[in-house]
Design a protein around this ligand. Structure first.
Ligand code: HEC
Ligand code: HEC
Ligand code: HEC
Ligand code: HEC
Ligand code: HEC
Length: 468
């Protein structure tokens, strides 16, 4: 496998500039850098932007003034979108199996700048393109000036060279800057910008990644509720740009961690993994009730998607697995178990009639189940619903899901449970390895998370009762 240099390594002067510099004078590339540095330290006197045109495309050109946003973004799945070996493997296989007919289907979201510039028609040449046009870059998000649809990236890019954000009174910098409600997490409209990519309809018409649709139907889309950015871009006080005279403002986390992490060496991967774990630990509320009934001992497990602004899991739910691990013991021996999945085995490979698995299942045009989502013609879905109302008097207020397990007699003396999750599972990955599209070393890096806040333990010391 070809290992790419992460899109994130700071490269103020690429190889081309360097060789030119040795021919002429070192002053040539330095002048450009000096101009950027000068505007970092002294306030500008004229209004002419110096950072324009193609220079706006390269995230490295933002680094001198927006180091925090750069660092956080550089470990994000947005930066990884065009590097991800699983993405590259799936795209390669899709192009082969469709004789190239799928075209820009995948790259239109995973490397949108390359597509808009006409640098790729199928994503097969991504490795040959500059890192600055792969992935979801600063420029792509910050140049969006209209959302012309609800799925499959219908975002329109501005041509005025202004970078859009939520600051209404930006101080002078090297580029134009404009306020945009599409970038202001205080507006519900900002969700339409994120949602334009976070919603995928396949060529056969299956609406498989539905994060925007789910959010739109939820409580969170109502006025005054929470946009995507309110949960995914935490604010803190700081300078938006490291230039003299920059005021203290609300600045925002660009790591946008959720579930997925890099599965090849990548920048900021420790920080990203920590952020993922922190979010997942605080997503669900759980309750475990162990009761005696005429039919025996019952265990009622309740899972409540209390803190995600869409279903759980959302997005790439066809590849994602979230499941309940539940074990009952008597005298230290297991008497009942479900969802006990070995770390390197796929969840669907275990025989387990009680398995509570949250995911989408996808089916091709022949109605056979598939792992390859570009083939999907329909799906079946079992996910935890999102909140739809904040009114406790409305019956829809209660959106948690409860399942009951009948435990064998004599009654257990200890019961444990937790929710576990994998960003993608080995059934899909093994399939990509089998066709030699994916390097098998990737499999070793697939995480299985324990959702910290979901673990519950019941012991008979306190009698039959609920623990939450
Ligand atoms: C409309 C935009 C869009 C299109 C088109 C798109 N993706 Fe994605 N892709 C996303 C988003 C958004 C995520 C993150 C979703 C999530 O993490 O839940 C993602 C995540 C992924 C991931 C990592 C998560 C996972 O478990 O699968 C892979 C791999 C991937 N896409 C492959 C592809 C391939 C291959 C295609 C073409 C068949 C494609 N994508 C087309 C937007 C898109
Ligand atoms: C020489 C310093 C400098 C460089 C380099 C720079 N910027 Fe800025 N940028 C600024 C300043 C100054 C502001 C205004 C900050 C303020 O008002 O607090 C700003 C504001 C912004 C804003 C907010 C706009 C708004 O109205 O909300 C965005 C987005 C932005 N920059 C993106 C970028 C991107 C992307 C790059 C790289 C292509 C980049 N900047 C390069 C100095 C810089
Ligand atoms: C140009 C399309 C595009 C836009 C616009 C976009 N995203 Fe993404 N996003 C992606 C893709 C593609 C991925 C997944 C890349 C991968 O895993 O390979 C992703 C990944 C993510 C993830 C991580 C998902 C995971 O499973 O860990 C989060 C969270 C996220 N985006 C939130 C947002 C938010 C919030 C916004 C708006 C501020 C936004 N995105 C705008 C395309 C986009
Ligand atoms: C997925 C879309 C997305 C990507 C990619 C992205 N940003 Fe942003 N950025 C936003 C949004 C949305 C905001 C505004 C949040 C708010 O204030 O409500 C923002 C805010 C900013 C701001 C204003 C200060 C702050 O932190 O709020 C700067 C500066 C900025 N981004 C620079 C960058 C740079 C530099 C990159 C690339 C290294 C980048 N952004 C990548 C969506 C994005
Ligand atoms: C109320 C807070 C909240 C809001 C609003 C919200 N999210 Fe999330 N999001 C979460 C939490 C918590 C998780 C982690 C649990 C999960 O995977 O669902 C998450 C996970 C995700 C994921 C990973 C998908 C998965 O579940 O595997 C993506 C992609 C994402 N969010 C994008 C978005 C987008 C796009 C929006 C707006 C349309 C949005 N989110 C709105 C809290 C929120």
């Amino acid at each position: 496998m070809h290992h790419e240099e992460p899109a994130t390594a700071a490269r103020p002067s690429g190889p081309r500039t360097r060789s030119r510099a040795s021919l002429t004078a070192v002053a040539v590339p330095l002048l450009g850098l000096a101009a950027i540095l000068a505007s970092c330290t002294s306030s500008r006197t004229d209004d002419t932007p110096t950072l324009t045109g193609d220079a706006l495309l390269d995230p490295n050109n933002c680094l001198p003034c927006h180091a925090d946003q750069f660092r956080e973004w550089s470990g994000s799945m947005h930066a990884y979108a065009g590097e991800d070996p699983v993405f590259l493997a799936m795209n390669r296989r899709m192009q082969r199996e469709t004789n190239g007919q799928a075209g820009t289907l995948c790259v239109s979201c995973h490397a949108p700048v390359a597509v808009r510039m006409g640098l790729t028609k199928d994503g097969l040449n991504l490795a040959d393109l500059p890192a600055s046009v792969r992935g979801v870059t600063c420029y792509f998000c910050h140049s969006t000036d209209a959302v012309e649809g609800t799925h499959s990236n219908p975002l329109r890019l501005a041509t005025d060279g202004a970078l859009r954000g939520a600051i209404t009174n930006p101080i002078k910098g090297p580029h134009r800057a404009t306020y945009s409600p599409l970038h202001d997490r205080e507006t519900q409209a900002s969700a339409t910008m994120c949602g334009a990519c976070h919603d995928v309809v396949t060529p056969a018409g299956a609406h498989i990644e539905r994060t925007f649709e789910e959010w739109n139907a939820s409580l969170y889309a109502k006025p005054g509720q929470l946009s995507c950015g309110k949960c995914h871009m935490e604010g803190r006080d700081g300078v938006a740009a490291r230039v003299a005279g920059a005021p203290i403002r609300r600045v925002h986390d660009h790591s946008m961690a959720a579930v997925d992490i890099a599965v090849s060496p990548f920048s900021e991967s420790e920080a990203q993994r920590t952020a993922v774990q922190k979010l997942l630990d605080a997503t669900l509320l759980t309750k475990l009730c162990v009761k005696q009934s005429p039919v025996g001992v019952l265990a009622e497990v309740t899972l409540d998607n209390a803190f995600a602004g869409h279903k759980f899991p959302s997005g790439a739910a066809q590849d994602r697995r979230a499941w309940l691990e539940f074990v009952a013991y008597r005298d230290g021996a297991q008497v009942f178990a479900t969802g006990v999945v070995p770390d390197k085995k796929s969840v669907t490979s275990i025989v387990d009639p009680n398995l509570w698995l949250l995911r989408d299942k996808i089916f091709g045009p022949d109605d056979k189940e598939t792992h390859l989502f570009w083939q999907a013609a329909r799906f079946e879905s079992e996910l935890l619903p999102a909140a739809v109302t904040a009114d406790p008097k409305d019956p829809a207020f209660f959106h948690s899901v409860t399942k009951t397990f009948t435990l064998p007699l004599p009654p257990p003396d200890r019961v444990t449970m937790r929710v576990r999750m994998r960003p993608m599972d080995f059934d899909l990955l093994d399939d990509l390895v089998a066709t030699k599209d994916l390097d098998p070393t990737v499999l070793e890096r697939i995480p299985t998370y324990d959702l910290g806040g979901t673990a519950r333990e019941w012991t008979n010391a306190g009698g039959f009762r609920c623990v939450e």
